[in-house]
Ligand binder design. Structure first.
Ligand SMILES: [Zn+2]
Length: 108
């Protein structure tokens, strides 16, 4: 078998190995906060989840993610991750585009 340099990661929910770019990285940062890492470059303990509804459900509802990150994910964070998963799964490939909230500056 020829050597190929496609970085692969194991999904914490279904345990299948897939190319890293097809997965979403969730990271527990040094401050203990858990967040999706779209760049894949944040430092901290990372876990990879397939971009499927089933794997996200297992990760969040069955706490596979908590175990993988060796932490307890609190409710607000869990809600944020659920939201992220939902948007990502619904969305087109423009994931990563950010919606900027318009606000008026009152500073002088
Ligand atoms: Zn999976």
């Amino acid at each position: 078998m020829p050597m190929r340099h496609v970085p692969e990661r194991t999904c914490i929910a279904c345990r299948l190995t897939k190319p890293k770019r097809e997965m979403t990285r969730v990271v527990r940062g040094v401050d203990g906060s858990v967040a999706v890492d779209p760049t894949g470059k944040k430092s901290g303990r990372g876990a990879y989840v397939c971009r499927t509804a089933l794997c996200w459900e297992q990760s969040l509802k069955k706490r596979a993610l908590d175990r993988a990150l060796k932490t307890e994910i609190d409710a607000p964070t869990r809600a944020r991750l659920e939201e992220h998963a939902r948007l990502q799964l619904d969305a087109s490939p423009r994931a990563g585009a950010r919606y900027e909230v318009e606000h008026e500056s009152t500073t002088v």
